[in-house]
Design a protein. Structure first.
Length: 239
């Protein structure tokens, strides 16, 4: 960074991201290591630098194979991490609670990204332009999925998921947002199809909390909906 003012601005941005509900911490992974606000980052120095190295390896590896990252969501245990390249030499990593609706974080990042890019200087290409288009595209893709062959079973699954979440104290609106969030992650990680459908269901089950019995019952209810769907019935008949 070019000076103390830049450092102060970057720290302020990271702290603002860290104040978003559901965010555990945020850092910038750079070629020189992690940059983070010590007091409020949610990381200690060792964890921050380990995380920074891991993020850098992922970004470099994706660029090497000709598929540069626009955004990546990684689930692990009770948390998830959102990885967003700012520049070739700098990547934002945001650690979230597992059930955080990431659209809230994305909305803030859209405001902050141009300022973050400016702090790291200008260069050819603009990763965030592709990131914004990628973030907006899945919403259209979700609508197309709901209107396609998977639409009926997706609506059955959403109704089932909503009933479980409402019994657990969540609102129908919250359940709807979580359903769309999981569908968005499904789109980001793979090509949605009957074969990858279990990945979506597993993600939804993870949001039901730690009650293993409730998760198992939900999975059984969803499998019943899949068995009643013409999609899977047709595939079984074709074998």
């Amino acid at each position: 960074m070019s000076g103390e003012l830049d450092r102060d601005q970057l720290l302020a941005m990271l702290e603002e991201i860290g104040r978003v509900k559901g965010v555990r911490g945020a850092l910038i992974a750079t070629v020189d290591g992690a940059f983070f606000a010590d007091a409020n980052s949610g990381f200690d120095a060792a964890v921050a630098n380990d995380l920074s190295r891991t993020v850098r390896r992922m970004v470099v590896a994706s660029a090497t194979v000709g598929a540069p990252l626009a955004e990546l969501l990684i689930n692990f245990g009770p948390a998830r991490m959102m990885v967003v390249p700012i520049r070739e030499e700098a990547t934002l990593a945001v650690l979230l609670e597992r059930d955080t609706v990431t659209e809230t974080v994305r909305s803030l990042l859209k405001i902050q990204l141009s300022a973050l890019r400016h702090l790291f200087g200008t260069s050819l290409g603009d990763p965030s332009d592709s990131m914004i288009s990628e973030n907006e595209e899945p919403e259209d893709e979700i609508d197309r999925l709901m209107a396609g062959e998977l639409g009926p079973v997706l609506r059955d699954v959403e109704a089932c998921f909503t009933s479980y979440q409402v019994r657990g104290g969540k609102s129908k609106i919250q359940a709807h947002e979580q359903m769309r969030e999981q569908m968005r992650e499904w789109l980001l990680c793979c090509n949605p199809s009957p074969y990858t459908f279990p990945l979506l269901i597993d993600g939804l089950a993870q949001l039901l909390g730690e009650n293993q019995e409730e998760r198992a019952t939900f999975m059984q209810d969803v499998q019943d909906a899949m068995r009643n769907s013409k999609i899977w019935a047709g595939r079984r008949a074709a074998r």
